[in-house]
Design a binder for this molecule. Structure first.
Ligand code: NDP
Length: 247
């Protein structure tokens, strides 16, 4: 526990489980009040909120499907209204459909673009109205945004590559205000989306230099760095936190 983010407010989309939950908890450990969104996991979201409140920080969970742009914007505005400000936005919620292109339908395409691309766009657009100078936007991409090492990842990869364009564009637009915008591209991280016990896990771990899956706290540590003073001169970057997957 420390006070790096004392009096700051963070919003983490998809913060009820996995990487998002670890990010929410880490930012609270470092002093932030934290809001998180979720889609279905009301109990899981409430558990993260209780954990943060037990640290003496304020926390709210908002049900907001990232596929619904109006819900995303309403959540951002509600965080600013309820917690009084917004300093750090972490666009983390993601849709992950793995299949060859010829097996993917329009629904999977639209959901992936809506959640992985449009939601960070509209959340950022809404958040920068509330952010003071020195704010932070951190997008959670994927190692496959840079290098597609398995078949079946075309749709997911295209969405996370598009996010790099948004990251760079926003960094350029917001630099004059000292607001930094960066993307973290995680490698295989042990979550419900990609369990380290799953059928492809040994292969994925084998692609990393470190020979293992990462854990959500290892992504949260980089988020905390980018969100803190140490990240002040770091913007428009795409940072691989992938155990050496893409080297
Ligand atoms: P999980 O499936 O473990 O957790 C996903 C979280 O996002 C949950 O809190 C879930 O809430 C929420 N969520 C999912 N869909 C929506 C939605 N439509 N609207 C709002 N919230 C939603 O995923 P991870 O933690 O593994 O992934 C987090 C991010 O990291 C994603 O962007 C993913 O693409 C990326 N990533 C993950 C990697 C990995 O190996 N795990 C590797 C590279 C990138 P609820 O339970 O309520 O649905």
């Amino acid at each position: 526990m420390n006070d790096v983010f004392d009096n700051k407010v963070a919003l983490v989309t998809g913060g009820s489980r996995g990487i998002g939950a670890a990010v929410a908890v880490r930012l609270a450990e470092d002093g932030a009040d934290v809001a998180l969104t979720y889609q279905r996991g009301t109990d899981a979201a409430a558990a993260v909120v209780e954990k943060i409140k037990a640290m003496g920080r304020r926390a709210v969970a908002l049900q907001a499907d990232s596929a619904d742009p109006e819900a995303v914007v309403a959540a951002v505005d509600q965080v600013a209204a309820q917690l009084g400000r917004l300093d750090i936005l972490v666009n983390n919620a993601g849709a992950y459909h793995v299949a060859p292109v010829e097996e993917l339908g329009q629904a999977e395409f639209e959901e992936t673009i809506a959640v992985n691309v449009r939601a960070p766009f509209v959340a950022s657009k809404a958040a920068i109205k509330h952010m003071q100078d020195g704010g932070r936007i951190i997008n959670i991409g994927s190692n496959v945004a840079e290098r597609v090492v398995f078949p079946g990842l075309s749709l997911y990869a295209l969405s996370k590559s598009a996010l790099i364009g948004l990251t760079k564009g926003l960094a350029r637009e917001l630099g004059a205000r000292g607001i930094t915008v960066n993307q973290i591209n995680p490698g295989p991280i042990d979550t419900d989306l990609n369990p380290a016990s799953g059928p492809f896990a040994a292969t994925a771990a084998g692609f990393t230099a470190l020979g293992r899956y990462g854990v959500p706290a290892e992504i949260a540590a980089t988020v905390a760095h980018l969100a803190g003073d140490g990240g002040a001169y770091l913007t428009g970057a795409t940072i691989a936190v992938d155990g050496g997957f893409n080297i």
